[in-house]
Write a protein that binds this ligand. Sequence first.
Ligand code: SF4
Length: 556
Amino acid sequence: MSIFRVDMSQKTVMSEAEPKGKILGGRALVDYLLIEYGTPTVHPLSQESLFIVAPGLLAGTGAPQSGRLSIGGKSPLTGGIREANVGGAAAHKLSRLGITGIMVEGRCKDWQILKIEAQGAILESAGDIVGLTNYPACDKLRERYGDKVDIILTGPAGEMRLANSTVAVTDPDGRPCRHAARGGLGAVMAAKGLKAIVIDDTGGKVRKPIEGEAFKVAAKAVTDAIKSGPATNALHTLGTVMWVDSDNGRGSLPTNNHHLGSFEKHENINATKFTELVKARGGSFGHGCLPGCIVQCSTVFNDQSGKFLTAALEYETIGMLGSNLGIDDLDAIARMDRKCDELGIDTIELGNTIGILNDAGLFEFGDVKKAESYLEEIEQGTAMGRILGSGVAVTAKAFGIDRVPAVKGLGIPAHAARSSKGWAVTYATSPQGADHTAGGVAVEHLSAEGQGDRSRISQIRMAAFDATGLCLFTFLSAASNLIVPMINALHGMKWSEEDYLEFGKDILRQERDFNLKAGIGPGADRLPDWMMREPLPPTNAVFDVPQEDVDSIFNF
Ligand code: SF4
């Protein structure tokens, strides 16, 4: 297995052996490369900055629901280390071609495509792909490179180097609807002059574990655990929209710019309504966003005429572009989701950004037309669009707004912080910024007791889990007894469960250290102060986890 080093300034691609004696993949590899070869103090969009692509540890094998792809770099939103992982088939394909990771350095003035195949990799002019939105860009890339390729690309928002831009990855049906969305990594990719990575794995081989039989046994145990998982059936039949009712019920569905924790019109955007519309328009449930997915939570959502709109209308998008904007129209939310997919914009950050415009008198809750017009402004690259496309913190500064729902510059997700207190500790302290995938805590959500401990263990487990490349919806991040045997059999090693947790701790330590060198110290581990004094109806919760519990998260 090797790492491809792509020098955009010289237009060269070199293959290097992966570091000896280290088990690296996904988030762990992102961190390793950024720390070993990167400089924490450089501007995220400078030519000295790095852009990383890293398949999870188990990619390329037959491990169920593995193959998440980590994208990494220094975030233009947080100014710190950033890893965002995504589905699609790209991770499996890269691994099957023997590629552990890709590190992109330097900068090229004319846009390039990195074409990867069994014979090697080359840079080619992007030509007429530049300026296209993501769906037409993928169509053109397939015309050029064939129907079987998988594509990783930055969209028009990335081309404009907007801080809220994503890296899109094609799903098994070739649609660029899966996004490494958080943290602005689309702009980092674009700042290299790299428009897309195109992967043709013809001739690639499934990775052979060193201990084949042991791997089979371990993978079977994981498959059985996923099949009998707590939410597998519900996610398969409803998708993640199922969380609208549960979050609304416990006062955790952000509504009207985080002023409320439940939405009186939630029945217009919940799973029942969603299912009704999907079925009436010929859409469908139960799609996998990557090969080998057992849960298959993706849904195809069509418009009123039955035309495909999106296959990734997730809970977070419905919360942030729906209830948080006071919008109860699933069609409008789906149209905005599609537009975000086309431009390469993170829906969580955008929902926070448009939401705060209410404080500036520039947005009325429920105004679909206005919300969509702001997306048009981003697409047109107007001055207003560029401000909005730079995320919630920049927009707040531009309009003099002091009530900013963000931590370290990253917008707060759709599990409301004040009424999900353990999760909120993760938002406050994760080196990644306010990220719900960095360590979810869904128990005792209104209690301030013990939330520091819960967040700590969840963040450690998730750090290790993000390195494996397993999907979060296996709900196995705590099941190291199942995961470690797969890693051991693949690599022929003898990790204990303790070693695996230590792996997670090391990831967090390295990320904290990178951030410290980048100028982000423990003082940044804070929720916005207004969340400590402004009650969130209907629970009227404030964030009241003791500060010492928050500050001692990384005492391990
Ligand atoms: S469960 Fe959902 S998010 Fe996870 S791999 Fe399957 S389709 Fe993708």
